[in-house]
Design a protein around this ligand. Structure first.
Ligand SMILES: Cc1cc2nc3c(=O)[nH]c(=O)nc-3n(C[C@H](O)[C@H](O)[C@H](O)COP(=O)(O)OP(=O)(O)OC[C@H]3O[C@@H](n4cnc5c(N)ncnc54)[C@H](O)[C@@H]3O)c2cc1C
Length: 603
C-alpha cells in the first residue's frame, strides 16, 4: 500500500458545513508521494502507448480489443487497486486511486470500462464477499484474468433501482438460485466473465448474486447504439431460468440495497476523479489548438474571449481537484485511524459511507465540470470542434453520460440534502445546534467581533458567510416544510448547490493557503500567485452563485417582512469586496498557455 502524507485530522463527513478547518487538515495534490505519482505515470503511459493508438478500432468495437486492453492493464497492476494484497491486489490508498482514475480517463471509453471492472464490478466482492467468494474471484479480477460488470439497472428501474423486476427463487433441490428477468445498460456487458446482479428473492427481498457468463440461462444482448463512449461495451443482460449456485448469493437475502448503495458511494467518488482527469486533458488539447489556429492574422489564443475560456476551464478544474483530493485525504485518514489490520476493505467501505456526501459532490461537480470543459473546447475548435476527425467532438459526446449514470445528478443532489438531514436528526452532525446558534446571533444584531486579518481576510469572511447562508436557508426551509422538505425538490436542489459551492470554496481556499505557507508567503512563486488568482476568481463567482440560490430559496419559503429581514441578513453575510476577475483570469490563462496544460500541481 502506497504511503500517503495525511491531513492532520479526519473530520466527519459533511462536517465542513459547521466546522472550520485549517490548511493542514486538507490534503493537496502538491503532497503526492513519489509512489503515488508513479501510479499516475504508469497509467498515463499505458493509455498513451496501448490505448490511444487503438482508439479508431475501439470506437467500432473491434472484436476482443477492449477485453484484451483491460487484461493488459491487469498484467501491469492497473486493475487490482481496490483488492486487498492477500487476494492479489494492490490495496491502493484513496489518493493513489484518484491518481489512477484521473490518468486513465485520457480515453473515456477505456476509463469507464476500467471503472466498471475495478470499481463497481469488483468492490461488491471485496466489501461483501465471504471468504470462499473472495478467494475464488478476487485474484482473477485483480489481474484481469476475469473481467467484471455491475448489474443494477433494468428497463423499468433506473433511478428507482429497487423497482427491480428480476426475480430469484431457490430451486426445488435447494442447490441453486433460479434467476429470471432483464438488466439494461450494463457496462462491460458484452464481454465480462463475472456479473454482480441484483434480483428480488421471491419477488420481494432485494438481494445480490455473483453470476458467471456461461451459467445456463444467461445471455447478453447486442451493443447499444450510444451517443458517446462508443468504445465501451454497453448491453442488456437476459436471465431465463438462469441457474446460479446457491453459494453465489452475495451478502444476505433482502440486504441487496446495502451492497448497491455502498458500491455506488465508491463509484460516485471515482467518477468525479475520472471527470477531473478528462477535464485536464481536454484543456491541454484546447490550449494547443488555440496556439495553432490563426484568425485575423493572430493565434486565436491571443483573443481575450478565448483566453477567458481557457482560464475558466482551469479555474473550475482547480476547484474540483481541490475537493476530490481533500476527500481522498479524509478517507485515507479515516482508514488509517481504523487500525493496522492488513485487510483495509471494511475500513475502506466505512470511509466511503462516512464521506458519502463528499462522494456525491465529487460525482455532480466532476461531471458538470467535464461537460462545461468539453463544451468550451468545442467552441474553441470552432467548426472543427463539430467534426469527428478532431478529438473534442468525441470528448463532447463521451462526457454527457456522466451526469446520468452512477445516480443522476438530480438524484445525487437530493441525496446530499437527505444525508445531511438524516445525520442532523441522528445527532451525528450538529447542524441543528449550528442553526440555533445562528438564530441567536441574528437576534442579537450585528456584532463587532474580531474579523479575520491577513491576505485572505475577505475570503475568510466570505467562507464564514456562505456557511451561515446555508444555515439560514436550510433553517427557513425546515421550519416551513419540516418532514416534507424532500417533496420540495427545487428548494432541495438549491440547498444542495449551496452545499457543493461551500465545499468547493473551502477546499480551494485552504489548498492555496497551504501552498503559500509551504513556499513562504513573501517569496511566493509565480505558480502559487496564479493559484491564488484561480482560488480568488472561483470564490468570487461561487459566492455569487450561493447568493442567487439563497435569495431564490428564501423568496420561495418566506414572504413579507420576514423575507425582507432575512434577505438583509443574507446580504450582510455575503458582503464582499469587488474583485478584478478579468485581470486574474488573464493571468491564469497565461499560465495555461505557457505550457499548454493545466497549470497547477497534480496535473
Ligand atoms: C452508457 C451507460 C452505461 C451504464 N452503465 C451501467 C452499469 O454498468 N450498471 C448499471 O446498473 N447501470 C448502468 N447504467 C444505467 C444508469 O445507471 C441509469 O441510466 C441511470 O441510473 C438513470 O436511470 P434511467 O436511465 O432509468 O433514468 P430514469 O430513472 O428514468 O430518469 C429519467 C430522468 O428523471 C429524473 N428522475 C428520476 N427519478 C427522479 C426523482 N425521484 N426526482 C427527480 N428526478 C428524477 C432523472 O434524474 C432523469 O433526469 C448505464 C447507463 C448508460 C447510459
Amino acid at each position: 500500500m502506497a504511503t500517503t502524507s495525511l491531513p492532520r485530522a479526519a473530520s466527519r463527513g459533511g462536517s465542513f458545513l459547521v466546522e472550520s478547518c485549517t490548511p493542514e487538515d486538507v490534503f493537496s495534490p502538491a503532497e503526492l508521494t513519489d509512489d503515488q505519482k508513479l501510479i499516475g505515470r504508469t497509467a498515463e503511459e499505458f493509455i498513451r502507448n496501448e490505448v490511444v493508438p487503438q482508439i479508431p478500432d475501439l470506437e467500432v468495437h473491434k472484436e476482443g480489443l477492449l477485453p484484451q486492453l483491460l487484461k493488459k492493464a491487469g498484467e501491469i497492476g492497473l486493475l487490482g487497486g481496490g483488492v486487498p494484497e492477500e487476494y492479489g491486489g494492490a490495496a491502493l490508498d484513496k489518493v493513489s486511486s484518484v491518481q489512477l482514475a484521473e490518468k486513465l480517463s485520457a480515453n473515456a471509453s477505456f476509463g469507464v470500462s476500467h471503472g466498471a471492472h475495478s470499481g463497481i464490478g469488483t468492490l461488491p466482492i471485496v466489501f461483501f464477499g465471504n471468504e470462499e467468494q473472495k478467494k475464488k474471484y478476487l485474484p482473477l479480477l485483480a489481474t484481469g484474468e476475469k473481467l467484471a460488470a455491475y448489474c443494477l439497472s433494468e428497463p423499468q428501474a433506473g433511478s428507482d433501482a429497487q423497482a427491480s423486476r428480476t426475480r430469484a427463487v431457490l430451486s426445488p433441490d435447494g442447490k441453486s438460485w433460479i434467476l429470471n428477468g432483464q438488466k439494461m445498460w450494463i457496462t462491460n456487458g458484452g464481454f465480462a466473465d463475472v456479473y454482480v446482479v441484483f434480483a428480488k428473492v421471491d419477488g420481494e427481498k432485494f438481494s445480490c448474486f455473483i453470476v458467471e457468463r456461461g451459467f445456463p440461462g444467461f445471455s447478453s444482448g447486442a451493443e447499444e447504439k450510444k451517443m458517446g463512449l462508443k468504445g465501451s461495451s454497453t448491453t442488456a443482460l437476459f436471465f431465463e431460468n438462469c441457474r446460479v449456485p446457491k453459494e453465489n448469493l452475495l451478502h444476505e437475502i433482502g440486504r441487496g440495497h446495502i451492497v448497491a448503495f455502498n458500491i455506488l458511494n465508491a463509484g460516485r467518488f471515482s467518477l468525479g476523479a475520472y471527470c477531473m482527469g478528462g477535464s485536464k486533458g481536454t484543456l491541454e488539447t484546447a490550449s494547443k489548438y488555440a496556439k495553432e489556429r490563426f484568425a485575423f492574422g493572430k493565434p486565436i489564443g491571443s483573443f481575450g474571449l478565448i483566453r477567458e475560456k481557457l482560464a475558466e476551464m482551469a479555474i473550475r478544474t482547480f476547484a474540483v481537484e481541490s475537493m476530490i483530493y481533500r476527500s481522498a485525504g479524509l478517507m485515507d485518514r479515516a482508514i488509517a485511524a481504523a487500525g493496522d489490520g492488513a485487510d483495509k476493505s471494511q475500513p475502506s467501505m466505512k470511509a466511503f459511507e462516512e464521506y458519502a456526501i463528499e462522494s456525491s459532490i465529487s460525482k455532480v461537480k466532476g461531471s458538470e465540470l467535464l461537460d462545461y470543459v468539453v463544451d468550451e473546447a468545442v467552441q474553441i475548435f470552432g467548426g472543427y470542434g463539430f467534426h469527428e476527425d478532431y478529438p473534442v467532438a468525441r470528448a463532447y459526446r463521451d462526457s454527457r453520460v456522466n451526469r446520468i449514470f452512477e445516480g443522476t445528478n438530480e438524484i445525487n443532489r437530493m441525496l446530499i440534502v437527505q444525508m445531511l438531514m438524516k445525520r442532523a436528526m441522528s445527532g451525528a452532525l450538529p447542524l441543528m445546534q449550528a442553526g440555533a446558534k445562528l438564530r441567536d446571533e441574528i437576534l442579537a444584531g450585528p456584532s463587532f467581533e474580531e474579523s479575520p486579518s491577513g491576505a485572505w481576510a475577505d475570503e475568510e469572511r466570505v467562507l464564514t458567510g456562505v456557511k451561515k447562508a446555508f444555515l439560514l436557508v436550510a433553517g427557513a426551509a425546515l421550519e416551513k416544510y419540516r418532514d416534507h422538505l424532500a417533496d420540495q425538490q427545487e428548494i432541495v436542489g438549491m440547498l444542495s448547490d449551496i452545499v457543493m459551492e461551500i465545499y468547493a470554496i473551502e477546499s480551494s481556499l485552504r489548498r492555496v493557503q497551504k501552498a503559500e505557507a509551504a513556499r513562504g508567503a513573501e517569496k511566493s512563486s509565480g505558480l502559487s500567485l496564479t493559484m491564488a488568482d484561480a482560488a480568488r476568481v472561483f470564490l468570487h463567482d461561487a459566492t455569487d452563485r450561493v447568493e442567487i440560490g439563497a435569495r431564490n430559496a428564501l423568496a420561495s419559503v418566506l414572504e413579507g417582512d420576514m423575507l425582507r429581514t432575512q434577505l438583509a441578513v443574507l446580504r450582510r453575510f455575503l458582503k464582499r469586496e469587488p474583485a478584478d476577475t478579468v485581470a486574474m483570469r488573464q493571468r491564469v490563462a497565461a499560465a495555461v498557455q505557457a505550457g499548454d496544460r493545466y497549470p497547477f500541481e497534480g496535473r
